[in-house]
Design a protein around this ligand. Structure first.
Ligand SMILES: *Cc1c(COP(=O)(O)O)cnc(C)c1O
Length: 454
């Protein structure tokens, strides 16, 4: 029998609901709270910043399945289902008995999984009478996705892009502008938060934390403008579960079920997207899949952070969120995986780590590029530097199987392609790329700035 490489779902088999893990996880996440009163926030409170429907989804611990609105499904069909691929060539290069599969979220024109949540967020904004959306973006993947989704649903988009990423990846802002969005480097002089940060540190390279502060400020000071977040929050991973729900059906087509599921980790949305639909079978005891989130060694909130209530942004404008954090004004090293340069982990994932349903691994930058190169040269796809963290973690697992002889089924999410990250690959190929391990002293100094609420 010839070996099947790609598993694709017919349009009619694309899932029509998202999976809300909050309804089924054994311990619910602690609620987001107001920084002043320390009281749990309601959906109405969150709706000052976000659209109301996403605010409700954020706090929904009752409904395990949530219908995907018809207009969003129609848009999903432009690029879904995404392929599930068996990485035969990678397996062979490693010499592992493991079966390696990846879900390829890089095949849509925007190049990453972010579009899966940008579409519903813009759809709900439009439904509720919002005219403008604003957001932050690191590497530019989320900004590009939101710019496109805003155009689809007839909204204006204003994007704050992390300054250092804007310099490293200039074509991302071109993409956003092509879809009609306005783009500013963060920290900028156009908001109070941006001005304060620049005054304190004129050479601040920017971070997701600074850009979130600026976008939230714009949303709260502009009529009919809502803020949209591309990661971290629970409603974002909810939308991303389309990845894992498709993958579950596709694994069944392949006649397999994963022993290990891996994704890279910035705030948790692509990880939650691929992992949560499989994890529900661990809750019932029916399956015993291992779940691994791969983070940068230079930004190790899952492996070395502390579980506390902390702000989601640098200026402290957001609600306090219960999460594994490195401290909200942590300044991540300038690694190329811009989408993973964030100080905190989402609330759901933080609870799941505490409860032992998953774990983090941290990976040095050089190892991720080595993995990205091997993947490019075997599977023919140049991965985003973020996604290469997942590939490096998969290679570690595949090598373990090589040692033990186990034929484990390994699945990872290829969150995006790296075709706009070629300057990073050049640096690696020229031998100019550095590792940035976080010193214990710097870690402790940042952790000491977390407000103690717990
Ligand atoms: C944004 C991004 C990430 C990290 O965000 P998560 O919310 O953790 O998924 C990972 N990979 C790519 C390609 C991204 O654009």
């Amino acid at each position: 029998m010839t070996k099947q490489k790609r598993f694709i779902l017919q349009e009619k088999d694309i899932p029509t609901q998202w999976y809300n893990i909050q309804a089924e996880m054994p311990n619910k996440p602690l609620p987001p709270i107001h920084p002043g009163t320390k009281q749990p926030l309601s959906a109405e409170d969150l709706a000052h910043i976000f659209n109301l429907e996403c605010s409700k989804q954020e706090l929904d611990t009752e409904h395990a399945w949530i219908d995907i609105p018809e207009p969003v499904l129609e848009q999903y069909k432009y690029y879904r289902s995404t392929p599930l691929v068996r990485a035969y060539a990678l397996e062979e290069a490693i010499g592992t008995p493991a079966h390696i599969y990846f879900k390829n979220e890089s095949v849509n024109p925007l190049g990453s999984h972010k579009i899966n949540s940008a579409l519903p967020q813009c759809y709900y904004c439009k439904q509720e009478g919002t005219t403008n959306v604003t957001t932050e973006t690191g590497a530019g993947q989320w900004g590009a996705a939101l710019s496109y989704a805003a155009k689809v649903f007839g909204l204006e988009a204003a994007i704050y892009q992390v300054k250092i990423s804007m310099q490293q990846k200039p074509y991302r802002s071109s993409i956003m502008r092509t879809f009609g969005a306005t783009v500013e480097g963060s920290p900028s002089m156009s908001t109070r938060a941006g001005k304060d940060i620049i005054t304190r540190d004129p050479t601040h390279p920017g971070s997701l934390g600074t850009a979130i502060s600026e976008a939230v400020e714009l949303a709260t000071t502009t009529p009919h403008c809502k803020y949209a977040l591309g990661s971290v929050l629970s409603h974002v991973s909810l939308h991303q579960t389309i990845i894992g729900l498709e993958a579950e059906k596709q694994m069944a087509l392949a006649g397999e079920y994963p022993d290990v599921v891996i994704a890279c980790f910035g705030g948790g949305s692509n990880f939650g997207g691929i992992a949560f639909p499989f994890m529900r079978h661990n809750f019932t005891g029916e399956k015993h899949t291992e779940f691994i989130a791969a983070e940068p060694e230079s930004c190790p909130k899952l492996t070395r952070g502390r579980f506390e209530y902390d702000f989601g942004d640098e200026a402290g404008y957001t609600p306090l969120l219960p999460m594994f954090t490195l401290g909200h004004d942590f300044k991540p090293a300038n690694i190329h995986a811009g989408g993973l340069r964030y100080h905190g982990a989402g609330m759901i994932v933080s609870q799941l780590i505490k409860d032992g349903y998953m774990k983090g691994v941290d990976i040095p930058q050089s190892e991720t590029f080595q993995a990205g190169l091997l993947f490019s040269r075997t599977e023919g796809i140049i991965p985003a530097p973020e996604s290469s963290h997942a590939i490096a973690a998969i290679i570690r697992e595949a090598l373990k199987c090589k040692e033990t002889g186990e034929e484990k089924v390994l699945l990872f999410n290829l969150s995006g392609h790296g075709l706009i990250d070629m300057s990073a690959y050049d640096q690696y190929l020229n031998g100019d790329l550095h590792d940035y391990a976080l010193s214990e002293e710097a870690l402790q100094q940042n952790l000491s700035k977390i407000p103690h609420v717990l």
